[in-house]
Design a binder for this molecule. Sequence first.
Ligand code: HSE
Length: 453
Amino acid sequence: MYRDPVESLESLHSRPALNRTLRVGMIGIGTVGSGTFRVLVRNQADIAARAGRAIELVIVAARNLARAAGIVGEGVALTADPMQVAAHPDVDVVVEVAGGTGPARDWVLAAIAHGKHVVTANKALLAVHGAEIFAAARKQGVAVAYEGAVAVSIPIVKALREGLAANRIEWVAGIINGTSNFILSKMRDEGLDFAAALAQAQALGYAEADPSFDIEGIDAAHKLSLLAANAFGMPLRFADVQVEGITALQELDVACAEQLGYRIKLLGVARRQASGVELRVQPALVPATHLMAQVNGSMNAVMVKSDAAGLTMYYGAGAGSEQTASAVIADLVDVARLDGVNAAQHVPHLGVHEHATNALAVLPRAAVHTSHYLRVPVRAVSQIQAVTACLAEQKVPVRQVALAAERPGIGPQVLVLTGPVAQGTLDLSVHALQARSEVAGVVATLCVELLEG
Ligand code: HSE
């Protein structure tokens, strides 16, 4: 007899609970922690049905106990000491949502040493201390799950490790910082200035405690190192990510990109090349007609190019309280279902695979091949040919040349789109351009990403 392989929620509800309650200790009850508590309570029955058992918050560590009591009410123990949560005998899994890298490392390692599974949305912690944390977890046979750490609401870690498990991943690229995307969208669509847009992102709870992590591309680099480790089976290489944020981006380039039919997005790109892996976060031109260009506000999107599935794309909220809670609780459900089985089988312990691909080197900046946009200020419109001649001398392939639309107070600008060229070659050509008498100011360059097969 044919049976629907997808179990309905009703049949899950009618199934007897398999095990005892999964008891959660939480460190931090800020934006993500409070959202996690709200969703756990609101969707309690469905979550328990999916997890096969109840999931209950038993203790919370918070800096401000009165505020924490206001959020969780009675029935949840409170402590000011996160180590009490890490070591608590009644806790099966520690949810670390306090953020930061120093003390959070100690709490997580202590939890692991006490045999607790760990769920965290702390991308900085994993990017910086992940190798040590995953090694400790593997030794203890516990899971460290982190879906909420990358593109919060989008189950991209699951997509890479489960949905695309059959594939050789060629590249992963996306908008993986909600705050910077929100700022770029507000500036473009509403004419808001940078500071006002950032203040709004902070008020909405999107930004990191130190928002320079968002606007300087560091948060996206944390996430990119996790994506690359999942996609390519390589160790976490945060320190090797080429990082450029949005603070130096000029409105003039946003307008010139639009004139050429492109939008500028802060992209994280991890791509295999023959001789290594590119890991970079930078503002890049994306064709205005591409789906990635339609990702606005605090939304995130990740594209994956793999050999069997081809191009796939994932879209969802990239920041927010319950949006992150959704991922944190999905990890709790995973932990509830795997508790008792070999955790190493379930959530990959990143950075500790003895896998051939561990040998993948991160390419130095000069060796990265990509197309580029150049904006060259010149003394006169007639000097467009001096620009193209200089690029030809430097063996930079030129795809398109145009003059920027005239703007009051701004001299003539030659716009160039190149074909793929090594960054090192492009740097030399910019140097050569800069030395030409026809060039009247600083040459601006940005990468162009077509994001196609
Ligand atoms: N500050 C982060 C962002 C939060 O804006 O993407 C989610 O990781």
